[in-house]
Ligand binder design. Structure first.
Ligand code: UDP
Ligand code: MG
Length: 318
């Protein structure tokens, strides 16, 4: 017998949830068809990430009727990363599928994913998905997303696949490994890759959300991308050091030049504008360096506080 946990982070998804629930039930029954009773079972974990609409009420309705449904409700919005962590912690399945509530991660791929992870001879522990197109997404967003992936893969040893979704089916041992990564600043796309294990990639075209609104503004995504860089690379620190060193070198050459000039031609007092320019430039570079350092320090500060990643208000057992 195998148990598949499907876990879904939900933040204000009252409109999308009915579509999702219908679809996942359909897929689950298709997968159980033709198998022995109890050979394959499902568990559905909805993580309500502090929704302010009726999401929790909708989930509770499902939980009351369907004993496969479990839920965790947070005391406030802790973000998708926290929701993913909570869902993985609570999952009891031999396999855990992670998907969005808006049907942008088509549950219909689940049977294929399950076949690959169970039948493969090459020790696959994870079947992940990536979008090969970004159709339906604002052009500027796609452009910056591509830039981000190109940059982070240059400066980080952990590979972060362009277009990778969080949608994936993982074996229990991979989930265990992920749970051992207990850091506070969780950047799942990086953690999934960092823990290793053989991953098979399925590709599909971008699908628009079935109902409701995206929770990610351009600014939120920008901040998220910086979190990703800080969590998986220390190259910005090295760049700051490099710029500092280069400036020292240039300054040193310049000092020699000034001394020789003063010795040979005397010292005409001119060049106030250039002095100001240099002061401003160096001041800027220093502040930039301190800023980069500060970002890492801030992350380390939050990490040392050891605050819980999320706080539960209610579960189906209450
Ligand atoms: N989500 C969440 N907490 C948040 C933001 C989003 O749990 O603070 C969930 C959301 O309910 C959805 C998934 O994360 O199931 C992806 O969010 P969304 O569809 O808004 O992102 P997009 O697909 O536009 O990147
Ligand atoms: Mg979405």
């Amino acid at each position: 017998m195998a148990l598949i946990t499907v876990m879904v982070p939900c933040y204000n998804e009252e409109q999308a949830l009915p579509f999702f629930y219908k679809e996942i039930c359909l897929v689950a029954s298709q997968m159980c068809e033709g198998r022995q009773p109890r050979e394959l079972e499902f568990e559905l974990i909805f993580v309500d990430d502090g929704s302010t609409d009726n999401t929790l009420a909708v989930i509770k309705e499902y939980a009351a009727e369907d004993k496969r449904v479990r839920f965790i409700s947070f005391s406030r919005n802790f973000g998708k990363e926290a929701a993913i962590y909570a869902g993985l912690l609570e999952s009891r399945g031999d396999y855990v599928a992670l998907m969005d509530a808006d049907l942008q991660d088509p549950p219909s791929l689940l049977p294929d994913m399950y076949n690959i992870i169970t039948n493969s001879s090459n020790n696959i522990d994870c079947v992940a998905t990536r979008r090969v197109t970004r159709k339906g997404e604002p052009v500027i967003r796609s452009f910056f997303a591509r830039m981000f992936y190109r940059m982070i893969n240059k400066i980080s040893k952990t590979e972060i696949v362009d277009g990778a979704r969080d949608f994936r089916l993982m074996s229990g041992r991979m989930v265990d490994a992920i749970l051992h990564v207990t850091e506070y600043n969780r950047f799942s796309k990086g953690i999934f890759s960092w823990v290793g294990f053989n991953t098979e990639w399925l590709e599909y075209e971008n699908i628009s959300r079935v109902a409701g609104q995206t929770k990610w503004s351009f600014w939120k995504l920008f901040v998220y991308s910086i979190d990703g860089v800080l969590a998986f690379s220390t190259v910005p620190l090295a760049i700051a050091s490099f710029i500092g060193l280069s400036c020292c070198l240039i300054a040193f050459l310049f000092i020699i030049f000034v001394i020789i000039r003063a010795a040979v031609w005397g010292d005409p007092v001119a060049g106030w504008p250039s002095t100001i320019c240099i002061i401003l430039l160096l001041g800027g570079i220093q502040l930039l360096g301190i800023g980069i350092l500060g970002q890492y320090l801030a992350k380390a500060y939050l990490e040392t506080k050891r605050r819980p990643v999320y706080i539960v208000r209610e579960t189906e057992q209450d």
